[in-house]
Design a protein around this ligand. Structure first.
Ligand code: AMP
Length: 373
């Protein structure tokens, strides 16, 4: 019998998501290579890190030639490079460039949600001060003005409390294509992570509850407390519609607003996602392993959760490992990045069999997590 050849996955981007993909691949015999502009990027600890811009064909091309399959770990990767690899036909690249393109422009993204019958905050494109006045007249206030492209972690956004805020909002963001969204008085923020294989099989993890501060994810609880089977089914329907529409392969994350029990889609990320880090310890198969299984055309693993989990991001500063590891059920992930204010340096996932034990353990972790200076 022939010995199976270990596959090589080329990954555009070498941040912490690439690093965790690489870690998930190691026991399965998957080699990974990464392209990133930053010397010492986190994924370099796992496999060869080729220094280059994320659309630098001279660096990416040779990496692609060696690869069994190509993927990426950031939605800011220029879509043109993914289309370029798609046009080569071999090796394949997943998720498809169409998904990346849709996620990179809030107007296209929300239009696509709407076309698929998925509820989304009301929105209108804004390209001039007159458009903004029109949009405010139609959508009312409060409203959120956002750049169509390039916004992340709450950047590129302005909340208009009243119509008179229009000129300040335009001064802050104007000059690039914008979108105005009705402000959604949501009860909480949720996300659904789903994976689709090359054979079209899909799996969804339980819906996750997310808490943000200053535009950055701080805490994820999974499964979302109080999650009803109906809400889970509604979120899965949204994810499955998008996966099938895009003939998607890999993990897809969709951020949702829960408004009185109704789910509205805010945005999607065509990659593994921060709100899915708990799956490493809290799920039978992690988002990272399932992403690799999907892009390689391997069978997907079960997305069932093991007990209940809370993931806490370590932003700006990491706790002392021994302080975390003394707490039962607590798992520390250090991304190997240098400390900087407001930078995601790692995370702690806490798992337990029941909600009361989880709460008690999370309290202990919160007590030893240093504040970002
Ligand atoms: P985004 O970059 O679209 O994920 O927005 C960052 C954060 O801003 C979200 O996680 C929400 O907390 C908030 N936000 C974004 N859009 C809206 C909206 N239309 N209504 C209310 N809050 C919003």
């Amino acid at each position: 019998m022939d010995t199976p050849v270990s596959p090589t996955v080329a990954c555009i981007g070498g941040g912490q998501l690439g690093r965790m993909l690489g870690l998930a691949g190691l026991p399965l015999g998957i080699r990974m290579e990464f392209v990133d502009p930053v010397d010492g990027a986190p994924a370099g600890a796992i496999g060869p890190l080729h220094l280059g811009e994320l659309d630098e064909r001279g660096v990416i091309g040779p990496c692609v030639e060696r690869a069994t399959v190509v993927t990426y770990e950031w939605e800011g990767v220029p879509a043109e490079i993914v289309s370029w690899i798609e046009e080569m036909r071999t090796p394949p690249v997943f998720p498809p460039a169409a998904a990346l393109r849709a996620s990179q422009d809030r107007l296209h993204e929300k239009t696509l949600f709407r076309q698929l019958g998925v509820g989304t905050p009301d929105f209108l494109p804004v390209d001039s001060p007159a458009d903004l006045d029109d949009a405010i007249a139609k959508l009312g206030t409060p409203a959120v003005l956002k750049t169509r492209r390039g916004g992340y972690d709450g950047k590129g956004q302005f909340v208009l409390r009243v119509a008179a805020d229009a000129s300040t909002a335009w001064a802050a963001l104007g000059g690039v294509p914008l979108i105005l969204e009705a402000f959604v008085p949501f009860d909480r923020e949720l996300s659904i992570l789903a994976v689709r294989g090359r054979d079209g099989a899909t799996e969804c993890w339980p819906v996750i509850e997310n808490h943000h501060a200053e535009g950055m994810l701080r805490v994820s609880n999974a499964p979302a407390p109080g999650l009803t089977p109906e809400r889970q089914r509604a979120a899965e329907a949204i994810a499955n519609r998008m996966l099938d529409e895009l003939l998607y392969v890999g993990v897809l994350a969709i951020e949702l607003f829960d408004v009185g029990g109704r789910l509205l889609a805010n945005e999607m990320a065509p990659r593994v996602h921060n709100s899915g880090h708990w799956t490493i310890e809290g799920s039978v198969t992690s988002q990272f392993e399932n992403h690799l299984r999907a892009v390689l055309g391997w069978p997907l693993g079960s997305t069932e959760s093991r007990g209940v989990s809370t993931m806490l991001n370590c932003i700006g500063v990491l706790p002392a490992p021994a302080d975390v590891l003394t707490i039962p059920g607590a798992h520390l992930h250090d991304y190997g990045k240098s400390a900087r204010h407001a930078r995601k340096l790692g995370h702690v996932t806490v798992v337990a069999d029941d909600a009361a034990t989880l709460r008690e353990r999370v309290e202990r972790v919160l007590a030893i997590l240093p504040a970002d200076g």
